[in-house]
Design a protein around this ligand. Structure first.
Ligand code: HAM
Length: 420
């Protein structure tokens, strides 16, 4: 019989891994909430044109990475490859784009890339978008939020930051680049020749060592941007300095999505050469113009959850919980045991309770409790059932107490630290 497997590049996240996803997500959500961001949930599928218009048709995502299908009515839909375009679409559609808005999202995204460690076809992002503030303080706020997250997680990836100017600056700079790179056309491979034709900016972040030197000598975007863009960027850097936030200015950083302008940044894991961008973002003051003819400044970032977990070696403290296993000696005690399980669950949300459904001997049930890493085994036999008690056994010390159901809350609270 054919054995089904998950689709290439799309992995199952099993319970021993999913708890890290959940714990990490809780940290990210709590930080975003503390900075005044609110959750937005948008559909997985969007009109394909939304992504083409936002991300840009010369980008890798649009050229070859989207999962796209045409429905029975000939409409083309794509599975979201990123979250910014969907957020902008939703805010415009619901008339929420005229005021300041701060939103976060978390969920799966899809790109048909060649799978490898840190690069998946279904991956998860936690992102935040800040709409409606043009001044540099918004950029600083986003970077402060990300740094607050790194501090909560006790990690310290390297911030690389650059400015790519405004659309007009970029148009002029692309002509300068085109002129420069055309001289080296014969040194480029086919993909690079194509980039030169479609989007010469993308040559700047090429990983091909053979053209390292050509890129190093390329004209710098910082020499081709307007005074306003330069001032905006200098103000950000000056505040980062004052706030003691470390960064590396990288004038080759351009990002792979066309909607960006002015500030772009990435957080890098310096210990790895590939797939080492853990978080990335920037300004996109011209995206809304494409969607609703209005000039609305905005910026945002997204963290790759898989990459962050791998970067942290899954070293994440989980909420303290206590596991109880209820051992029942006899089927007649079943309802009584269910009742006790519910009483314990109500005492603390950090008490995790599983019931036994095989009324085998106590030794076998204690073995099962150990297998489930239970901290306590609650033992229920006929005697406990008839006198409204239970035995609570500490699986570490082996110490066991008979506890009256009326006193169980007091008993548990005085004997167990539930982290609250
Ligand atoms: P992005 O750089 O395309 O930006 O993706 C953000 C992060 O998602 C990356 O830095 C990486 O950690 C993770 N990521 C991307 N592709 C994959 C993949 N195939 N497998 C695993 N992880 C991946 C954006 O998506 C922008 N929407 C970010 C943004 C928000 N800019 C402004 N607002």
């Amino acid at each position: 019989m054919k054995k089904f497997q998950s689709v290439r590049g799309m992995k199952d996240i099993l319970p021993n891994e999913s708890r890290f996803f959940r714990n990490l997500e809780n940290v990210l959500i709590s930080a975003a909430n503390q900075f005044g961001f609110k959750e937005i949930k948008t559909p997985i599928l969007e009109d394909t044109n939304l992504f083409i218009k936002s991300i840009g048709d010369g980008t890798d995502i649009i050229e070859k990475e989207m999962y796209t299908f045409v429905d029975a009515k000939n409409n083309s839909f794509s599975m979201r490859p990123e979250g910014t375009a969907s957020c902008a679409r939703a805010l415009v559609e619901h008339g929420l784009n005229d005021s300041i808005n701060k939103v976060w999202y978390s969920g799966p995204f899809f790109r048909h890339e060649r799978p490898q460690k840190g690069r998946y076809r279904q991956f998860h992002q936690f992102g935040a978008e800040f709409i409606g503030v043009e001044s540099y303080e918004a950029d600083v706020e986003m970077i402060s939020l990300i740094n607050f997250i790194w501090k909560s997680l006790d990690v310290d990836p390297v911030l690389k930051i650059n400015t790519i100017g405004d659309i007009q600056d970029r148009k002029k700079y692309i002509l300068v680049l085109l002129d420069y790179f055309s001289k080296y056309k014969h040194d480029f491979n086919e993909a690079e020749k194509n980039k030169l034709k479609v989007n010469p900016l993308r040559l700047l972040d090429s990983k091909n060592k053979n053209i390292n030197e050509i890129i190093a000598q390329a004209p710098k975007i910082t020499d081709h941007i307007s005074m306003e863009s330069k001032l905006h960027f200098d103000s950000i850097l000056s505040i980062l300095d004052k706030k003691n936030i470390k960064y590396e200015q990288d004038d080759k950083l351009v990002r792979g999505l066309d909607y960006y302008n002015r500030t772009v940044f990435e957080y890098i894991d310096k210990n790895h050469e590939s797939q080492n961008t853990i978080c990335a973002g920037g300004r996109y003051d011209f995206l809304f113009e494409n969607l609703c003819d209005k000039n609305i400044p905005a910026l945002g970032f997204a963290i790759g959850i898989e990459r962050l977990l791998e970067y942290m070696n899954y070293n994440l403290e989980s909420e303290k919980s206590n596991i109880f296993y209820i051992a029942v000696m006899n089927e007649d005690n079943y309802l009584y045991s269910q009742n006790i399980a519910n009483i314990i669950r109500k005492i603390s949300k950090n008490y995790i309770v599983s019931n036994s459904y095989s009324y085998v001997n106590l030794k076998a049930q204690l073995k099962k409790a150990n297998k489930l890493s239970a901290d306590y085994c609650v033992i229920i036999g006929d005697e406990e059932c008839s006198n409204n008690t239970c035995q609570i056994k500490n699986m570490d010390s082996g110490y066991q107490d008979a506890v009256d159901l009326d006193n169980i809350e007091t008993y548990l609270k005085s004997n167990i630290d539930d982290g609250n």
